[in-house]
Design a protein around this ligand. Sequence first.
Ligand SMILES: Cc1cc2nc3c(=O)[nH]c(=O)nc-3n(C[C@H](O)[C@H](O)[C@H](O)COP(=O)(O)OP(=O)(O)OC[C@H]3O[C@@H](n4cnc5c(N)ncnc54)[C@H](O)[C@@H]3O)c2cc1C
Length: 414
Amino acid sequence: MNCLIIKRKGFYTNRFEYVLKSGWGIMDFELTAEQKMIVETAAEIAHDYGPEYWREKDKNHEFPEDFWKSLAEAGFPGIVIPEKYGGGGMGMFEMLLAMETLVSEGCGLAGEWFLCLSSVFGGLSITKHGNDAQKEKYLPRIAKGMEFCLALTEPDAGTNTLNIKTLAVEDGNDYVVNGQKIFISGADRAKGMLLVTRTTPLEKAPKRTLGLTLFLVDLPNPAVEIIPIEKHGINYSKTFEVYISDLRVPRESVLGEVDKGWYLLLDTLNPERMSFSAAACGLGLLAIKKAVEYAKERKVFEAPIGAHQAIQFPLAEAKAKIEAARLLNYKAAWLFDRGQECGAEANMAKVAAVEAGTEAVYHAMQTFGGYGYAVEYDVERWWREVNLIRLAPVTHQMALAFIGQHVLGLPKSY
Ligand SMILES: Cc1cc2nc3c(=O)[nH]c(=O)nc-3n(C[C@H](O)[C@H](O)[C@H](O)COP(=O)(O)OP(=O)(O)OC[C@H]3O[C@@H](n4cnc5c(N)ncnc54)[C@H](O)[C@@H]3O)c2cc1C
């Protein structure tokens, strides 16, 4: 396998040792040379763009141009793209290694977010289901850092995805699309959008899961209006309401088969879940590392605060839960990369990861006492970031409902 990831200037060989010590020991005997290189390079980039950088970007609501350029130069957006199209020819497992390392070595959620938008929504969806022309058009550009977005969520459908109303109507060799989307991240900068529509309205579909069609839409487009949504965190990336009015898209823009979009979309939504699980674990590890450093130094009575069980045990417990969640998430990626059913593992990993990650950041904040509330210590930003993962890409409740129904075989709860 010819990995595109390059060694960056200034890299030194014991960097990987550093990464191992910060939580990677469990995998070291299994990683290939290319996988190790991904982890090393990700750590190197993360150290170049550490917490201070993200504090500024978040405060100024500024897109991290230089960070994204560094990722693109190192080949990260192309990890899951075939070598033929300029990518690394690897899978979600390698993508998770990159994401977890970037997040946990200092980037916070940003270490996952931009790769998910471009590489999972764009690169992976087209690699899996695009035709030759679509692959040639998009994949080499995504591998070099072209930005992408996913337009799925709608205000009236919410979590009930199959209830979306955005309609694509056939008109000669084109489709004309009308509808409204909400919470579409990166729509301001993306040059491509994976747009989820209904071509058969729900009431006329033979089955609820039939009648959805995916389109690849080039942006910007005058028929696509975007309005920013002010939000709680991740302010270095904007999220939008999207209004689609008589958008004309050629038939060649359909990704996969008309009316069968739901089945294809699962190959995007499961990796999206894995990506956010990696982010939750990475955020937890980052917060624990900072909290441990602080707890060893900070003394208010005689012993450092880390000697008190009330501080030490919650961090230890969160660490144990994170490591378990990581393994389950790797299993989900391992199955996905082999074309096997991975929905159960992806949802269970999401539940485990978000609980462990949230717990870790919560107890890290408690460890810092009042300083945990100060912007300067970063934990409050990670808290705002980890909170998203209970709500998106799938809510905690809906992931549990999936497990209840599809893993445990209980009656559908809704
Ligand atoms: C910052 C941000 C970025 C996002 N980026 C994107 C993006 O790029 N593209 C995109 O398409 N979407 C995006 N989303 C949308 C996100 O995936 C949705 O917000 C999420 O799926 C939940 O939908 P909703 O907000 O409409 O919640 P609702 O569906 O209204 O749910 C509200 C609450 O009710 C609960 N609930 C609903 N039904 C049930 C049930 N049957 N059983 C139990 N509980 C239930 C939910 O779990 C939730 O807690 C983003 C969201 C945010 C906040």
